[in-house]
Design a protein around this ligand. Structure first.
Ligand code: AQP
Length: 340
C-alpha cells in the first residue's frame, strides 16, 4: 500500500472547566500561537464535551467557554488564521468518538493514569465519560487528520492512545486512513507545577487558589502568589544539575525561562547564586509584564460575548468542511449505509 500524505495540520484543545492557569498558558496556548503561521493549518478547540466528564454548573460552563475563547484570542490566536471552535458545535467529534469507543480496548483505557488521578479512590462513582475521555480526545484529533498536537507533558499518554487507535483502525479495515499524529511537547514549561507543592501539576481545579496563577489574576495577586510560593532555603544554582532534588526551584526557573523565551541554562547563568528573596520579585515582574496585557485584553473581549459566540459559530462552519467528509469516509470504511 502506498503511504498517504496528510496535510500538515495542528489540532489542540483546552477544557473550559475553570479559569485558565499559567500551566495552560505555557504548556499549551503560548505554543499554539507559535504554531500559527504558514507551515500548518491550525485548529484550536474549547473541549466542552470533555469538561462535563466531571460536574460543571451550566452557567459556569458557558462563561468559562467564552472566557477560554477570549484567552486564546488575547494570547495571540487570530480567528482568521486559525479555526476556533467549541467541541459541541462540531458534532463529528462525538460521532467519531463513538467509533473509537469500539476500537479502543478496555485494557488500554484502564492504563490511563489521568483517569486514576482524577477518579481517585472513588472510581466506582466516576462518570463513564471520564473513563472514555481519551477515545473522544483521539476523535477530536483524528476527525481533522491532524498531524501535530501541541500539549503539555500530562497529555503524552493520551496522545499515545490516539496513535494506538489509528494503528488498530487502519489495518483492521485494510486502509491507511488515519495519520500517526505527532505529539509536540516542547519548551521549558511542559509541566508547570503547583506553587504550593512541587510534586503536583498546576491545575485549574486544585482547591487551593494559591497553588496556581490564573490568567485573570491582577498584578498584586500574581506577586503575592509568587512571594508565597514554596521554595527551599538554598541559593539558586548556576547549572541545571544543581536543580536536582529541588522541584520547587526547578519549577520557578522553568516558568521564568518559558516566560522570557530563554533556555534554563541561560536563566541560570543570569540568576545563579541569587537567593529566592531576590529572584521571586524578578519572576513576579516578568509574569506581570507578560500576563497583564493578556488578562486586560481578555476582560475587554468578555465585554462583548455576542462577538465571541459569532467567532465560535464561524469557526464551527469552517471546521465542519474538514470533519464532515472525514466522518463520512470513516462511516463508509466501517460499513454504514450512506443517505441517498
Ligand atoms: N500544569 C501544566 N503545565 C503544562 N501544561 C499544562 N496543561 C494543563 N496544565 C498544565 C496543558 O493545557 C492543555 C489543556 O489542558 P486541559 O485543561 O484540557 O486539561 P488538564 O491537563 O486536565 O488541565 P487542568 O488545568 O489540570 O484542568 P483540570 O483541573 O480541569 O483537570 C493540555 O495541553 C495540558 O497538557
Amino acid at each position: 500500500m502506498t503511504e498517504t500524505t496528510f496535510t500538515p495540520r495542528v489540532f489542540s484543545g483546552i477544557q473550559p472547566s475553570g479559569g485558565l492557569t499559567l500551566g495552560n498558558y505555557l504548556g499549551a496556548i503560548k505554543r499554539f500561537v507559535d504554531m500559527q503561521g504558514d507551515t500548518f493549518e491550525t485548529i484550536y478547540c474549547m473541549v466542552d464535551l470533555h469538561a462535563i466528564t466531571v460536574w460543571q454548573n451550566p452557567a459556569d460552563l458557558i462563561h468559562n467557554t467564552r472566557e477560554l475563547c477570549a484567552g486564546f484570542i488575547a494570547a495571540g490566536i487570530d480567528p482568521e488564521k486559525s479555526i476556533l471552535i467549541n467541541q459541541s458545535q462540531v458534532p463529528e467529534h462525538a460521532q467519531l468518538g463513538w467509533i473509537f469507543n469500539c476500537v479502543a480496548r478496555m485494557g488500554w483505557m484502564q492504563r490511563m493514569t489521568q483517569f486514576k488521578d482524577k477518579a481517585g479512590k472513588n472510581a466506582q462513582n466516576a462518570s463513564l465519560g471520564l473513563f472514555g475521555y481519551p477515545a473522544l480526545m483521539a476523535a477530536d484529533i483524528l476527525v481533522y487528520h491532524a498531524t501535530h498536537v501541541p500539549v503539555g507533558e500530562d497529555q503524552k499518554q493520551h496522545l499515545e492512545l490516539t496513535r494506538d487507535i489509528a494503528a488498530k483502525f487502519n489495518p483492521d479495515y485494510g486502509v491507511d486512513f488515519f495519520p500517526m499524529t505527532e505529539p509536540v511537547i516542547e519548551g521549558a514549561a511542559t509541566r508547570v507545577m503547583s506553587l504550593r507543592d512541587g510534586s503536583k501539576k498546576m491545575s485549574k481545579s486544585d482547591p487551593s487558589d494559591a497553588s496556581r496563577i490564573n490568567m485573570t489574576d491582577d498584578a498584586d495577586a500574581i506577586a503575592r502568589k509568587i512571594r508565597k510560593a514554596k521554595t527551599d532555603p538554598d541559593a539558586l544554582p548556576s547549572e541545571v544539575k544543581g536543580l536536582e532534588g529541588r522541584p520547587e526551584a526547578r519549577n520557578l526557573i522553568n516558568i521564568y525561562a518559558a516566560l522570557s523565551d530563554q533556555s534554563v541554562d541561560q536563566v541560570l547563568a543570569e540568576v545563579g547564586g541569587k537567593q529566592f528573596g531576590a529572584f521571586k520579585p524578578m519572576l513576579a515582574e516578568l509574569a506581570v509584564s507578560k500576563l497583564g496585557p493578556i488578562s486586560s485584553e481578555m476582560a475587554r473581549l468578555m465585554n462583548d460575548p455576542a462577538e465571541i459566540d459569532r467567532i465560535l459559530s464561524r469557526g464551527s462552519l469552517r471546521a465542519r468542511e474538514i470533519t464532515a467528509p472525514i466522518l463520512r469516509k470513516t462511516y463508509d470504511i466501517v460499513g454504514m449505509v450512506a443517505p441517498v
